[in-house]
Design a protein around this ligand. Sequence first.
Ligand SMILES: [Zn+2]
Length: 253
Amino acid sequence: MLNIFSIIFGAIIGSFLNVCIIRLPREESIITPGSHCPHCNNPIKFYDNIPLISYLLLRGRCRHCKKSISLQYPLIEGVTAISSLLLFLRYGPSLSYLFYFSFVAALTIMTVIDLYHQIIPDVISLPGIGVGLLGALVIPHITFFNSLMGILLGGGSLFVVATLYQWLFKREGMGGGDVKLLAMIGAFLGWDAVILTILFSSLIGSITGVFIMVLKGKDFKYAIPFGPFLSLGALIALFYKSEILSWYLQFRG
Ligand SMILES: [Zn+2]
């Protein structure tokens, strides 16, 4: 029963994340005005704004102008509902669940905004660093010291990489947004997870980069945003950190 509640709660939060994803880059208020159709500007009634369900009932089209509603809406609502359930199954009704769910929600917003606009909003990452550090005071899964080390290692390591890259290639490879994002990941997950996040995100990122270059031709000079890969790496670290560490340690005898 509570599991179903966590799915519904996740879908409702997902609906709010959609609003943040659309409005934060435009620096619009995320509270007012209420939702409206981007095509005909008609306000969306509450019964047409039920996460996931309304999209299915309306068959993905606006009630008034019949133009299609972006697939982003049900997709984000679905992904957020599933992550809420997975975290609830792991942590139960606890502060830890809220702590990690807000972390995954922040990653979701930043990933989609980075994909659309190649920016990572400071209004999410900077408060996120604070929430992670303060949360570490009350959450049993991470110590305050580990969180602090995570911020320093996450922010520091990428800052060095970004500075070196710019000095070597005379162009910006990694933005300051990535630096603050990895600092936030460190705040929530700790310094050991920062190392795993860097490993997985650069591995998956370079495979994807090579793949895109092969598909689009050799002289393809297009900076892929790194934020989504950092988020993906952080999710792997969040869900599989202890498994990966024990797998690694068994090779050391
Ligand atoms: Zn419309």
